[in-house]
Design a protein. Structure first.
Length: 254
């Protein structure tokens, strides 16, 4: 299923559930009012639940936003690492440069394709495996070529840059897989529904339904944005535009 459609379904489902719990809470509140002759009022427990919900929303939202920015910064780091390593190929003997530069171009092409194909996991994995093969070939050929240079500025400058270029791929994979534990989202949904129940209970004396709709809509939209930020290659909020930095590095590889 398309990720955007899935998140819309989750948000829509949450919207309907919140409205349902608001209605249930309101009915309970009306029944309590009929028995006691008093309108239900919010208490310390209500405030604690609402406060905990707000804290959990703030935690998940700020975490998702921070991870979103971190993934954007890693694109810049990879572009810098590849660009630096490519420039340092000039330290190698001229007869070794052409083949290595071509492999660099192929490598960057496969990296771009891997990110472009993330909606199809198997296709993205295939491109990633090709990039790993090219990494190994570039590393081996660079070591062999640098041994032919005396003294060896190439080995001291090129190999650390290549190492950084290779390491950043692992860093980006880890960052891509870095998400909050499922229990956080389960707690968020559970607290949202509990808050809706309490809010409905405390709205038993009100005839207006607009507050119920606004409450449900805000919660649903917030959860949708959090999920979209957590998966910025699949939803409406994208970091794919930042890949232009890698495209520009590729265009500069003459």
């Amino acid at each position: 299923m398309d990720f955007t459609l899935m998140t819309l379904l989750v948000a829509s489902g949450l919207f309907c559930l919140v409205l349902t719990f608001l209605a249930i809470g309101r009915r309970i509140g009306i029944a309590s009012k009929d028995k006691d002759g008093k309108e239900p009022a919010a208490g310390a427990v209500d405030a604690a639940v609402y406060g905990l919900l707000g804290l959990l929303i703030a935690f998940t939202f700020s975490g998702a936003a921070a991870r979103f920015e971190a993934r954007r910064h890693l694109i810049v780091e990879e572009a810098n690492a590849i660009g630096t390593a490519y420039l340092r190929l000039d330290l190698l003997p001229s007869d070794a440069q052409a083949a290595l530069k071509e492999k660099f171009r192929q490598y960057l092409d496969t990296r771009l394709k891997a990110y472009q194909k993330l909606s199809d996991i198997e296709a993205a994995k295939a491109e990633y495996r090709v990039s790993q093969i090219l990494q190994s070939e570039i590393w081996a050929e660079s070591i062999a070529a640098s041994k032919a240079v005396f003294p060896q500025p190439a080995a001291m400058l090129l190999l650390p840059a290549l190492n950084q270029m290779i390491d950043i791929t692992t860093t980006r994979i880890v960052a891509m897989r870095n998400h909050p534990p499922s229990i956080i989202f389960i707690m968020l949904i559970a607290l949202a529904l509990l808050s809706a129940l309490l809010a409905g209970y405390n709205m038993a004396g009100s005839k207006s339904r607009i507050h119920m709709l606004v409450f449900a809509a805000i919660l649903a939209i917030t959860v949708y944005v959090i999920l979209d930020l957590e998966y910025p290659r699949l939803g409406l909020i994208q970091i794919a535009g930042d890949d232009q930095i890698l495209v520009e590095v590729r265009q500069g590889m003459k």
